[in-house]
Design a protein around this ligand. Structure first.
Ligand code: ADP
Length: 304
């Protein structure tokens, strides 16, 4: 069982030929509204990979909130610990996507920023019933710390996706983290080491392990993903596909990974291969949640 503490957004994707310059007006070539938010994306990825999945989060008392609750319930996610706030709107993101598949994103955190320590206390049972607790940086850090402290006190394996990248990290958080899963940018922000080859990935992962995490996976887009524990390390190549929109590639990776991982992290290479396959399907479709694959699609061509 996987419990995710995280953000829920509604994404509006604005398709444009190229990013506008300051003061410029451009015609859009298309628009799509879809479910998003790193937390919700990761939960949908885990649930579609057939992990028993629960969510801790917050939506607003608005149409977007109702739409997102329904989307998560349709994915068979346990939403009992998603509360409704009267003080803010459901989180929203506006994604500018150009013809090269390059994106720029504006986020209104909304109710995601309203998650409080009290919400974690209410969710203690949902945390202790899980094998994994996963979170990201789109919800308040104080709440993340409270959730990870509780998870560790009841023997739950913690997974941190340090996204979006943040520099002023509380050292306690890394000590409470079993597995950290940054992408290239986040890894560089955390360690100051630019990852270009396996040696630099090894150096970055070693720096993170020194700060207290037990295991590291660095995702490197179309190249694949590097994993490291105290005992071993290796690189698992990505699948060769034509990417149209890489939104939610990392989220699919983490959700799918958690559906396959042993809670003692003893099968990282196999779980990373599965996660690479799942996210290679996501990048071939537009939008965050609509593009996240089901288990049958991940296994369909027998490549894994
Ligand atoms: P994020 O979306 O967080 O920036 P990455 O870009 O590192 O994360 O992508 C996460 C994973 O998604 C990669 O490790 C890889 O398995 C897969 N992936 C991303 N882009 C591609 C691509 N162009 N082709 C195939 N797989 C990809």
């Amino acid at each position: 069982r996987v419990t995710i503490l995280g953000s829920i957004n509604v994404d509006t994707i604005l398709q444009i030929p190229r990013l506008p310059k300051p003061g410029e007006t451009l015609a859009m070539s298309g628009k799509q509204v879809a479910g998003g938010g790193k937390g919700a994306n990761q939960a949908i990825a885990a649930a579609r990979a057939e992990a028993d999945t629960a969510f801790i989060g917050k939506v607003g008392d608005d149409a977007n909130g109702k739409m997102m609750l329904k989307a998560l319930q349709n994915a068979k996610i346990d939403t009992t610990q998603i509360s409704t706030s009267n003080y803010a709107d459901t989180g929203e993101a506006f994604i500018l996507l150009d013809d090269n598949g390059q994106n720029s994103i504006l986020v209104d955190g909304g109710t995601n920023q309203e998650i409080k320590i009290g919400d974690i206390e209410t969710a203690h049972e949902t945390i202790e019933n899980a094998d994994f607790l996963i979170t990201q940086f789109e919800t308040p850090l104080t709440t993340t710390l409270a959730a990870f402290r509780y998870a560790k006190s009841v023997g739950v394996t913690t997974i941190l996706n340090p996204a979006p990248a943040k520099t002023d990290l509380d050292p306690e958080l890394l000590k409470l983290t079993d597995l950290i899963v940054p992408n290239e940018t986040e890894s560089e922000t955390l360690t100051g080491i630019k990852v270009t080859d396996e040696a630099s990935m090894n150096a970055a992962a070693t720096a993170l392990i020194k700060q207290g995490v037990k295991a590291v996976i660095i995702t490197v887009g179309a190249k694949g993903a590097y994993y490291q524990t105290k005992a071993n390390h290796g690189f698992v190549k990505a699948f060769k596909v034509d990417a149209v929109d890489t939104t939610a590639a990392g989220d699919t990776f983490i959700g799918a990974l958690s559906s396959r991982l042993n809670s003692d992290l003893s099968n990282l290479p196999a779980a990373v291969l599965f996660a690479n396959k799942a996210s290679s399907l996501t990048v071939q479709k537009l939008g965050a949640q609509p593009s996240i694959p089901h288990l049958s699609e991940i296994l369909a061509d027998g490549e894994i």
